[in-house]
Design a protein around this ligand. Structure first.
Ligand code: ARG
Length: 587
């Protein structure tokens, strides 16, 4: 609900009390956006629900409320329509004043959170020695956008990279490398991630096939956990190697993260199991320590336990998540913890959260949220793969987007007979390529699967990054053409007359509502939809036939319209920045 809606709601509540007495204090006026813009901007539907209570016709109730309603500063006189809706239409003067106010506001009218919170966003979180895959790409893009929005709202956000840097895979890998490439375990930079990944695969094959090797690998895990110097050193080198590769991706995507991997929580795991033991929740099952939970069963309907310690004494992914949960609440003092992973981990988080709640680790003021997302599919609707059937390397994927954007731009420049420097072309291609990938991901409702298509995401038409970037650059073009400095347009100059001006103005004023909804629901696609709709409203306003003249208009309209242009551009720039997308002044 934005500030205007809040004011209207308060006035309606007061009018209800004035009409029917103090017993009716706190009755929700049921204020919603108008079902048809012809009738106004908002409507209050309370009369229908009050009618039974009062034994009166809804229309009579609506009339009685309207009579006491004082909204003259904000709205035209209320009108009663249909069975008893109270229709409210914002006054043009009110809209003008709102726009004048946001013109001077770098936050464009979006209030910061009243009570800033410490929030943790756990995202990206790839696994060491394995390649970052498209699932991690989604987590990285969505998690970053959520973090940006929360930061913008003034929250104290900790962006955590919960990398998989511990566990049995290292025993395997180290044991294997000792045999085939011992230098990799003592010398920095001896491997690149491609090698690391293929060594990992071979180590795994070996592990699965060879019992003696299995034992050697286990010994390495024990040595690692006991902190044996050579094994620990080897482990560090492997982590650094992976980290360097991940960093390349993060830099390309302009993502900031604090790494706090699974290994960080290793010293806390035995304590977690002890606490569970004390709480009486632990059950021994075939030598493993488990917690049984309501609502989790396997296909045969048998109860599905959460295993926190395996029969060989080793701990699990879930044990680490329980430890990190405690740490984040007790040490980081987080009030909301957000986990961005594929929907496939839904059960895992539901179980971890339930166990933590049962043990009493979660205070009432702490919120735990799993933010799930769907799969990335190829254009054939199947799992996203290269032509040869391999998993796609993220670097290749991003490079491909950039090089396609580069080729498109070259063609466009030729068609438009434009000369640009190579530097300009490279920069535009980089921004367009990366933005296209990010936007394609963010503009989908994250819970559904999405089809990865370079052609679609790079299209200048439709709900895409290039469309949005172009709308922004087009507005900057107006300022260049008219030699106008948007920063010096004067204040209190907004004047709304034409239908397309009003429509654009009202839309510009809805940014705060959208942002606060994303802050709640963690669905960045709502912000994408808003920006797309805004660009369309702008294009209607600026359209030669349906819209108005801008540079050619007379004063005072000219300045007012230029302010609308500027506000649109600033809203796009701010909104896109919250999606992790950078704008271009020219493209
Ligand atoms: N490393 C995990 C994976 O690649 C994701 C970790 C997500 N975060 C967490 N706290 N479990 O699937």
């Amino acid at each position: 609900m934005n500030a205007t809606q809040e004011k209207l709601k308060v006035q309606l509540e007061q009018a209800i009390v004035a009409a029917f007495g103090a017993d009716f204090a706190g009755v929700d006026p049921i204020l919603v956006s108008a079902s048809n813009p012809k009738f106004g901007d908002y409507q209050a539907n309370v009369a229908l629900s009050l009618s039974k209570k009062k034994g009166l016709q809804p229309r009579a109730i609506a009339d009685a409320i309207a009579l006491k309603l004082d909204v003259s500063e904000i709205c035209e006189p209320p009108e009663i329509a249909g069975p008893g809706f109270i229709n409210l239409k914002l006054k043009t003067a009110y809209l003008e004043a709102q726009l004048n106010a946001i013109q001077a506001d770098p936050r464009l009218g979006v209030p910061a959170a009243k009570t800033p919170k410490r929030e943790i966003v756990d995202f990206s979180s790839p696994n060491i020695a394995k390649e970052m895959h498209v699932g991690h790409l989604r987590s990285t893009i969505i998690g970053d956008s959520i973090a940006r929005i929360l930061e913008f709202q003034g929250h104290d956000v900790l962006r955590l990279n919960h990398v998989g840097d511990w566990g049995t895979q290292f025993g395997m890998l180290i044991a294997y490398l000792r045999e085939v490439y011992p230098d990799a375990l003592t010398t920095a930079n001896a491997l690149d991630i491609g090698d690391l990944v293929s060594f990992y695969r071979k180590a795994k094959q070996r592990f699965d096939a060879d019992a003696v090797f299995q034992e050697t690998a286990r010994q390495e895990v024990v040595r690692l956990q006991a902190g044996a110097e050579d094994t620990l050193h080897a482990w560090k080198l492997l982590c650094e190697q992976s980290r360097r590769e991940f960093q390349v991706i993060y830099e390309l995507l302009d993502i900031k993260l604090t790494e706090r991997g699974e290994s960080f929580y290793n010293p806390l795991l035995s304590g977690v199991v002890e606490d569970l033991e004390k709480s009486g929740l632990l059950v021994e099952n075939q030598g493993a320590k488990c917690v049984f939970l309501e609502g989790f069963t396997n296909r045969e309907g048998e109860p599905l336990p959460l295993i926190v310690q395996k029969s060989d004494g080793g701990y699990n992914y879930a044990t680490t998540d329980l430890a990190s949960l405690c740490y984040r609440i007790q040490q980081d003092e987080a009030k909301r913890i957000i986990y961005v992973t594929d929907a496939g981990q839904g059960n895992h988080f539901a179980q971890v959260f339930q166990v933590a709640r049962k043990v009493g680790w979660i205070p009432d003021d702490v919120e735990l949220v799993h933010v799930p997302f769907g799969l990335v599919l190829g254009e054939d609707g199947k799992k996203f793969k290269t032509r040869s059937g391999d998993t796609v390397r993220l670097r290749d994927l991003l490079d491909e987007a950039i090089s396609r954007a580069y080729a498109d731009l070259k063609t466009r420049l030729q068609e438009e007979e434009r000369q640009e420097t190579e530097e300009f072309i490279n920069e535009v291609a980089r921004v367009v390529g990366i933005s296209a990938v990010k936007y394609a991901d963010l503009s989908q409702n994250r819970t559904s699967n999405y089809i990865f298509s370079y052609d679609k995401m790079l299209d200048f038409k439709g709900n895409t990054a290039p469309y949005m970037l172009y709308a922004y650059a087009r507005i900057q073009g107006i300022s260049r053409k008219g030699d106008i400095n948007f920063k010096e347009l004067g204040n209190n100059a907004v004047l709304l007359e034409h239908e397309t001006e009003l429509a654009l103005a009202k839309y510009l004023l809805q940014l705060d509502e959208v942002i606060s909804s994303v802050e709640q629901d963690l669905l960045p696609n709502r912000l994408c939809e808003y920006l797309y709709e805004l660009s369309k409203k702008f294009n209607q306003f600026y359209d030669r036939n349906q819209g108005v003249q801008v540079l050619e208009a007379q004063e005072p309209q000219r300045t007012s319209r230029l302010i609308l242009c500027d506000l649109t551009a600033r809203t796009l720039k701010l909104g896109l920045s919250l999606l992790g997308i950078q704008v271009l002044e020219r493209m």
